[in-house]
Design a protein around this ligand. Structure first.
Ligand SMILES: NC(=O)c1ccc[n+]([C@@H]2O[C@H](COP(=O)([O-])OP(=O)(O)OC[C@H]3O[C@@H](n4cnc5c(N)ncnc54)[C@H](OP(=O)(O)O)[C@@H]3O)[C@@H](O)[C@H]2O)c1
Length: 338
């Protein structure tokens, strides 16, 4: 069987490193041929290991995509914007983790368990959604299919790794300074993140929402093919290293018992129900760290509205929220071509 040649742009970053780990874990689903790791000039010359081999990190250039089947972009928007079309023109399928292409009409925005049909044989650039959106739609999709959704309200508790390597280093620096009885200026955010909760993820928009809150709204609508779905978000950053948590209120078209919702959620590939309050069991950030599943628990019927349910949804933002979803897109395309 032919093997897939892959290039990872932004390989030493938090998402890029995780793409390499997921490719190792999923090697039976996507057998790897040639591998190239590229990044900015800052990391060129480093070595990273993949499947027991050391690969050099090269500076990203236009020649990185020759003879590649897949180009994963774990890079800032401007880098993806410039190089994804170059990768596509060279014959690779570009799978982008940045937000640059996501809302462009002709670009599929894909969570493979939810809307795999958005990928066609013509697709050359595919956007992978925002981390907080991926875990949300994984929990909403089975409810939407079974009874239909009228409205969604979501509050997020997002980890610092969602802002990249420098933000995570900033949290560690703040924590170290604090332990030594000092305060240092905030490293990656407008205010200190250590021992704090910031009601801000990304920058503010004129309507008072943040860009992260807008992404949750617009990307969910696009993935579920519900362009006028009523949905609003409040996104907060918390001093957790990995995994985003979300409190989700869903108004359905018809009443649905919590037990039936748990059954529907458990049947959704990629979702695991963790909901045993008597045993103190519900999804946590640390429980989700390092795994691909989206964890859902605290499923409750609203005390006033029979068609409203409340859920708690947690996932590793670097795995299903980023790397795993991107690799699964490549796997779906690879399998469709065999
Ligand atoms: N973190 C998450 O949970 C998450 C989730 C979903 C989507 N995303 C998105 O995924 C992308 C990567 O995020 P991250 O968290 O991995 O960020 P990160 O840790 O800061 O890593 C960014 C990577 O991009 C590379 N890069 C920056 N400028 C470049 C340039 N001019 N040419 C080539 N490479 C360049 C960096 O190279 P060097 O190593 O050389 O510095 C680094 O490897 C971003 O668009 C982010 O919004 C992140």
């Amino acid at each position: 069987m032919r093997k897939a040649n892959v290039v990872i742009a932004g390989a030493p970053g938090l998402v890029g490193l995780q793409i390499a780990r997921v490719l190792e874990d999923h090697r039976d689903l996507l057998p790897l041929g040639k591998v190239r790791l590229v990044a900015s000039g800052r990391s060129a010359g480093q070595e990273l290991s993949l499947l027991g081999r050391a690969y050099p990190v090269e500076a990203l250039g236009e020649d990185a995509f020759e003879d590649m089947d897949f180009a994963f972009f774990a890079t800032p928007n401007d880098v993806s914007a410039k190089y994804a079309p170059i990768a596509a023109a060279a014959g690779a399928v570009a799978i982008d983790k940045s937000s640059f292409f996501r809302m462009q009409e002709e670009i599929p925005l894909v969570v493979p368990e939810v809307n795999p049909g958005a990928i066609t044989s013509q697709t050359k650039i595919i956007a992978s959604p925002n981390c907080s959106t991926i875990q949300l739609v994984m929990a909403l999709a089975p409810l939407e299919r079974a009874v239909g959704i009228e409205r969604v309200l979501v509050s997020t508790y997002q980890s610092v790794s969602g802002s990249g390597r420098e933000a995570l280093e900033g949290l560690e620096a703040e924590a170290q300074a604090y332990a030594g009885g000092e305060e240092i200026p905030p490293q990656a955010y407008a205010q200190p993140i250590h021992m704090n909760v910031l009601a801000q993820c990304d920058s503010f928009l004129p309507d008072g929402f943040t860009k992260e809150e807008r992404k949750l709204r617009l990307e969910t609508r696009k993935i579920l093919s519900r362009p006028s779905l009523r949905i609003a978000a409040t996104a907060a950053r918390v001093p957790v290293r990995i995994s985003h948590s979300e409190a989700v209120t869903v108004e359905l078209r018809h009443p649905l018992k919590a037990d039936e919702a748990r059954r529907l959620l458990a049947a959704q590939p990629g979702v695991r129900v963790v909901d045993d309050p008597d045993q103190g069991l519900y999804p946590t950030a640390r429980m989700a760290e390092g795994i691909d599943d989206v964890l859902v628990g605290r499923v409750r019927e609203d005390p006033d509205e029979p068609s409203v349910l409340h859920l708690f949804v947690v996932a590793d933002n670097l795995r299903k929220g980023a790397a795993t979803n991107a690799v699964q897109i490549a796997e779906a395309i690879w399998q469709s071509r065999q």
